[in-house]
Design a protein around this ligand. Sequence first.
Ligand SMILES: NC(=O)c1ccc[n+]([C@@H]2O[C@H](COP(=O)([O-])OP(=O)(O)OC[C@H]3O[C@@H](n4cnc5c(N)ncnc54)[C@H](OP(=O)(O)O)[C@@H]3O)[C@@H](O)[C@H]2O)c1
Length: 240
Amino acid sequence: MTGASRGIGRAVALALAARGARVIVNFAHNEAAAEKTVAAIAKTGGEAVAMRFDVADGAAVDAAVKDVVSSAGGIHILVNNAGVAVNTLTLGAKDADFRRAVDVNLGGTFNCTRAALRSLIRAPGGGRIVNITSVLGEGGSAGQAPYVAAKAGIIGLTKSWAREYASRGLTVNAVSPGVIDTDMTAAEMPAMRREEVLKTIPLGRIGTPEDVAHVVAFLAGPTASYITGQVVRVNGGLLM
Ligand SMILES: NC(=O)c1ccc[n+]([C@@H]2O[C@H](COP(=O)([O-])OP(=O)(O)OC[C@H]3O[C@@H](n4cnc5c(N)ncnc54)[C@H](OP(=O)(O)O)[C@@H]3O)[C@@H](O)[C@H]2O)c1
């Protein structure tokens, strides 16, 4: 479970643990927050361990996955959630802005999947990959083109992997959240803009990390075995 120290990732880690999964709580910087996720899982009787690695660093991902496979015996579910928002108009964008958006969001998803695939296709009962894309990856966004490109790319990876590994019993789906209440949105949404955004959401509220987590947990579970290559929207009707 990548990016599980905060926000959507933490809620997904808790939801998976509640369904009996032993969870690797990956994070990049925020060790205290990752330990909080681990403690919350332990409190409910679940099992989790925090693991720092940068999903954009292919060698670090390979080493971490090798570690997990040798200590836990295998990986059954991979949730590619780690992400960063990069906000810039294209005219003012620096190379580093584009690289960061693509390397973490899209490259991270690619690195983790490539590293875990051998183990996932051996998972008893069929492995599961759930990738977190975004409503912006589907609908575009002025001022976030590199992030949008990376999130749209994740949909392409999802459909390609669904086709590549269906014969091995591995399902690969994407979940596309709308506006969800996390640090990522808090950082970029002043109160006034929040009111404007609310008017665009038919269900009339910002989503919670748990709204997304329930759907991810379903797709990662045994009853979703006939669903692959899909993009499931959790957006309050923002995009239909
Ligand atoms: N919030 C929304 O409205 C929304 C909407 C659509 C899609 N999404 C997507 O949902 C996912 C989660 O978003 P969020 O809102 O929960 O974000 P968040 O609260 O900012 O949390 C981001 C998580 O990703 C981790 N992370 C960031 N860069 C990483 C890296 N290079 N390697 C490993 N971990 C890294 C962070 O770890 P640290 O704590 O160590 O920094 C943290 O756990 C993202 O992919 C985001 O694009 C969010």
